[in-house]
Design a binder for this molecule. Structure first.
Ligand code: PLP
Length: 670
């Protein structure tokens, strides 16, 4: 027997529903970590500073945007939340450093690959000066962006904003870095393979620069989770220990051992188990101390990224979660480095981390509208089916036995014969399908068999649910019977990791949370791809295959009432990894900020609107010439009008739709 979880049971028990029930059902407080709340009227809010007194009501935002002509899907970015998160990380390390009397500082360098959007990076760069944070680039384009972003930050030399360059580098890359050092940038190329070191020395000599050099080492400590292979001796990046020693000799031979300033490792992203960090940092600190003793001018220990995010709110060592907090992470990192350095009598290094995901994940939320739903009929028109059966009998036709068995099973279900009825119904349904395939059953009879069977399954599940436990044989039923809610977005564009690596993101309605959700559903996007669906949902306790949602309603004019879902924690990696499947482009992105209290503001403001791709834009990405398309269309319409297949006014309308469509959003507009 599978015991029904609170969330499972809630779908069956019909009591007095409160906003608190929804908060618990969707785990809002668990994954929201103080950034997400629910109002008494059942609307989701974002609290960018974890201050319940300053909330942004997402339903209100969507209404406001709609009035301005900005339709869902829309990505909301919360500037103040990003600021809060950066400060939280800064504070965690400051506290750990003070508590443990650590004698050096801390800097976080934001790897821009996690979200390169200019607005995001500019905000981090501008806060970097205040917080002592920097930027990390992993490719040539990222280097050029980072050089531009850090232009005026922090002043020249080692006091300037730290810039770390990871990834493979060619001659031109290293020459640029060398000249940037001469310009006064605090830039550290991290050697990923030995030949890069030779290039650094070559250009340093040519330009008369004393560069700051970093080495990435291959640790024996393994990572964990999906990006486990980022570390270990078989990792793509970094130097073997023998190469590290060779690098020391090489730099010594060139009189540049003092330039070796930073030691780096990266053991993977979304590290869910704190023990992985402890082991890696411990090993890295030992290597650091050994190199210090060999005379390296080391002063910085860069522990890479990997600080994870508790996507499912379970605070556990599983891939959608993490078993530690930011504060625990900071304390453990500081403690490990301090204890290794103290026992080796080596000065404490400045600690650098390259946390990307943990910094930006919380700051973006995608809002999508539900376009409609497909569902099995749970209350078939038995009268109509029985009338059909009687009609067949009256006409002297034999009614297939499975139909009679199914009708009988449907009527005779009680609490005491749930499983027996299920077995009988399953057999009758299978027999009906065989008869149809052999040509002994009409399509109408087959449709009736399916209708009765699925409706009966609904009733069976309802009865089992009321008892609080679902027999093992029935555990697949909720998923099979669930509705499909069609949502106006592309999974491949907006949450690609859901498709690529089964990453879970918290999803819940942003309104109607004061009403009990009565449907179980999976979500489908608007791409023509059966993979474009979400059929796993976050839950603290179980592997949840359906999401509780509200019935769709019609408004007073008979149209469908909007129903919006929020997909949370999308700020890391999703925007840049998203692709143009089916030519569905970037969604609109809207930056929101809290109004300035000094100016008397208590609400929120739109800081910036970045319009999503138009159809014309996505077509040009795949090399269409839009004027050519328009010309071809016009000629065809002209010909059709001449030949009488279209009237002039129909032709005019078609061309207008075509032109407007090209200028419009790639998503459906209600
Ligand atoms: N640093 C390096 C070298 C990386 O490869 C990555 C990502 O994989 C990061 C930092 C950022 O990791 P995360 O976003 O998990 O903090």
């Amino acid at each position: 027997m599978a015991t029904l979880s609170t969330s499972g049971r809630s779908a069956f028990l019909h009591g007095q529903w409160s906003v608190g029930d929804s908060t618990a059902l969707y785990g809002v407080a668990d994954w929201g970590k103080g950034y997400v709340g629910v109002t008494n009227e059942g609307h989701i809010t974002v609290m960018p500073g974890k201050d319940p007194g300053r909330q942004i009501n997402l339903h209100e935002v969507i209404d406001g945007l709609r009035e301005r002509g900005i339709h869902t899907p829309v990505l909301l970015r919360f500037n103040d939340l990003l600021t809060h998160r950066l400060r939280e990380i800064r504070k965690a390390f400051d506290d750990a450093i003070t508590e443990q009397q650590y004698n050096a500082g801390y800097a976080c360098v934001y790897p821009i690959k996690v979200n390169q959007q200019r607005h995001v990076c500019e905000q981090i760069a501008s806060l970097g000066v205040e917080l002592g944070f920097g930027l990390e680039a992993g490719s040539k384009p990222e280097l050029l962006a980072v050089l531009g972003l850090s232009a005026t930050a922090g002043g020249p030399g080692v006091n300037g904003m730290p810039i770390i360059c990871n990834g493979f580098k060619d001659d031109e890359f290293i020459e640029t870095v060398t000249l940037a050092t001469k310009l006064g940038r605090n830039i550290i190329p991290v050697v990923e393979k030995f030949t890069e070191l030779e290039l650094i020395v070559k250009h340093a000599k040519a330009y008369g620069v004393r560069p700051r050099i970093g080495l990435r080492v291959k640790l024996s400590a393994r990572g964990a989770g999906r990006w486990e292979s980022s570390a270990g001796v078989r990792s793509k990046f970094g130097l073997f220990m023998s190469e590290v020693l060779k690098a020391v000799d090489y730099l010594k031979a060139h009189g540049m051992l003092d330039c070796l300033n930073l030691l780096h490792c990266h053991v993977g992203s979304q590290l869910y188990d704190i023990r992985v960090f402890k082991n890696a940092v411990n090993e890295l600190a030992h290597v650091y101390c050994e190199l210090k003793k060999l005379g390296a001018g080391l002063s910085m220990l860069d522990i890479g990224g990997g600080m994870g995010v508790d996507y499912d709110g379970s605070q556990s060592a599983c891939s959608s979660s993490i078993n530690y907090t930011v504060a625990e992470y900071a304390r453990d990192v500081v403690y490990r480095i301090k204890s290794v350095c103290d026992s080796a009598n080596v000065e404490h290094p400045m600690i650098v981390s390259e946390s990307g995901r943990a910094m930006v994940a919380y700051s973006s939320v995608l809002i999508v509208d539900v376009l409609g739903a497909s569902r099995f009929e749970s209350h078939p028109d038995l009268d109509a089916i029985e009338a059909m059966v009687r009609g067949e009998v009256a006409a002297g036709n034999e009614v297939p036995q499975p139909i009679l068995d199914l009708l009988d099973a449907y009527r005779s279900l009680t609490d005491r014969n749930i499983m027996e009825t299920y077995h009988d119904a399953t057999q009758a349904r299978d027999e009906a399908l065989s008869l149809f395939s052999l040509g002994y059953m009409t399509l109408a009879m087959r449709a009736a068999a399916e209708q009765i069977f699925w409706a009966l399954c609904h009733r069976i599940l309802e009865r089992a649910g009321k008892r609080g436990e679902i027999p093992d044989e029935l555990t697949a039923l909720p998923e099979l019977l669930s509705d499909i809610y069609f949502c106006n977005f592309s999974l491949f564009q907006s949450m690609p990791d859901s498709w690529a690596i089964d990453q879970l993101f918290p999803i819940c309605p942003i309104h109607r949370l004061n009403e009990q959700p009565t449907r179980q559903a999976i979500l489908a996007d608007i791409t023509c791809d059966s993979d474009g669906k979400v059929d796993h949902f976050v839950d603290k306790r179980e592997d949840k295959k359906t999401l509780e949602l509200h019935d769709l309603r019609t408004d007073e004019h008979g149209g469908s009432e909007p129903y919006y879902l929020g997909v949370f924690l999308l700020g890391a990696y999703q925007e840049i990894l998203g692709d143009l499947h089916n030519l569905l482009g970037d969604t609109h992105a809207v930056h929101l900020k809290l109004s300035d209290p000094a100016a008397g503001g208590t609400g929120w403001e739109i800081d910036e609107v970045i319009e999503g791709d138009t159809v014309e834009e996505v077509l040009s990405y795949v090399q269409y010439d839009v004027p050519d398309l328009k010309r071809a269309m016009r000629l065809d319409v002209e010909a059709a009008c001449r030949q009488g297949r279209l009237t002039l006014s129909e032709g005019k309308s078609l061309l207008k739709y075509y032109d407007d469509g090209l200028e419009g959003y790639t998503y459906l507009e209600g």
